[in-house]
Unconditional design. Structure first.
Lengths: 228, 228
DNA sequence: CCAGGTCCTTGAGTTGGATCAAGGAAGGGC
DNA sequence: GCCCTTCCTTGATCCAACTCAAGGACCTGG
């Protein structure tokens, strides 16, 4: 049972967040996970559904030869844990201290109308996967990175539509991914991610730092334009 | 209403197929579409759900500069038409003469338990999207093409697991995509698709023709191995 | 059976991003 | 504060796939 293996050692750093996390958890139980710890692994038996309460989760697929691909990034409110033949095809990893609500699928299926809630969620995720496929298939490094930055910007300052003049107020955001993980999500090498971030900084479109993971969008319109 | 625009002129070529298509269509209506005709378009108002009864459908996204990406290929039984903010973000195109069952979402939501049927379908599609993301992000041309061939092979001779000796019986299949469309699905140029198919032919792994779209898998194990 | 369009194939040259390599800045533990 | 690990950054070189180009095969309608 590698399933619950990471919990104990995590309690401390996750404690502060557990307190403000538990919203209505219909038929589930909240669990806390520490940075980089697995929630389930490729090949594990499925049967539960998961919702991110706080933090961020990545789904990744590994090939035997070690190549790795992040296929989805999940933020608060997102459901995950969909499996096809009874076992997971991805590994779910907490990108930072994260609280997850775990629900048994059989319990959910007893509750009516939850099916549609799930269906809508999955529909949204399919759309996101399609956006990402467009990015990986046809967009260059700069476009992919701008699209990713917008992904995180959307969750913070959720302004519906920037003023045409180009919002002068910078947007500060925290990206819970290392350069390597950004590369794994975007189908790029970590060096290319670095170089492209540096280029965007040089252009005055974004600012980096002061801490790792911090990014400030200085010209939202520019980021939007470059994301395509 | 570009929505129903392609139907009339399609009737003839689709007629033969309409007859054997209509399985149980709970609350929907079957419609026939001709090769390369749109079922709905990027930006169209959503509100219906669709199921492929026979034939094949592709979902594509277009960028303003003309870059195109097929983001999903749907075969008989697959649901599509999930939209987020009330309008479609993809265009759905019939890859060959195709019959689709169209259902109004509001009708479906009245029927209990359909939600879960939909959720399971979408879960399967998410998994497929994730496989495809792995392909576009980290696999080379040969691996992507072998993965695509397996996709179509699975729907024909659905043998659960080939004999360890490497099934000597060749698998004949029809790929309802032009080289260009294969490229658009796999994030490759059509020339690369050609070259890679030729290379696989040279290696004796597949045979091509006699008609366009026909592919015969001569060494299933080799295709599997190369798909990664 | 022929004409014209669409699709496929192969060659030659180019390039965006990968890989290899080396150092520098954060950050966590003692 | 210092050490050690992890992460970030930049440079140099290389290569898989792209682009441009030119034929050839297939397919449909007349």
């Amino acid at each position: 049972m590698a399933f619950y293996g990471n919990q104990a050692e995590v309690r401390t750093e996750a404690k502060l967040r557990v307190q403000d996390a538990p919203r209505e958890c219909h038929v589930g139980v909240c669990r806390a996970y520490g940075k980089r710890h697995a929630i389930f692994r490729q090949g594990d038996k499925a049967g539960h559904l998961y919702r991110v309460e706080s933090g961020a989760v990545a789904l990744e697929i590994l090939l035997e030869d070690g190549r790795r691909q992040l296929v989805e990034i999940l933020l608060a409110g997102d459901l995950f844990g969909f499996a096809v033949d009874g076992s997971f095809e991805e590994t779910a990893i907490a990108l930072e201290a994260t609280v997850v609500c775990v629900m048994r699928q059989c319990d959910l299926e007893r509750t009516d109308a939850v099916g549609w809630e799930v269906a809508h969620q999955t529909g949204r995720q399919i759309t996101r996967a399609h956006d990402q496929l467009m990015a990986l298939g046809r967009k260059n490094a700069q476009e992919r990175i701008c699209q990713l930055l917008l992904r995180f910007a959307r969750d913070i300052g959720d302004r519906p539509c920037a003023e045409p003049g180009g919002g002068p107020e910078p947007i500060r955001l925290h990206v819970p991914l290392t350069r390597g993980e950004m590369g794994d999500y975007l189908g790029l090498s970590l060096e290319t991610v670095c170089r492209t971030m540096s280029a965007l900084k040089q252009l005055g479109v974004i600012a980096i730092g002061p801490r790792q993971g911090d990014v400030t969008i200085l010209a939202l319109d520019e980021v939007r334009r470059r994301a395509g």
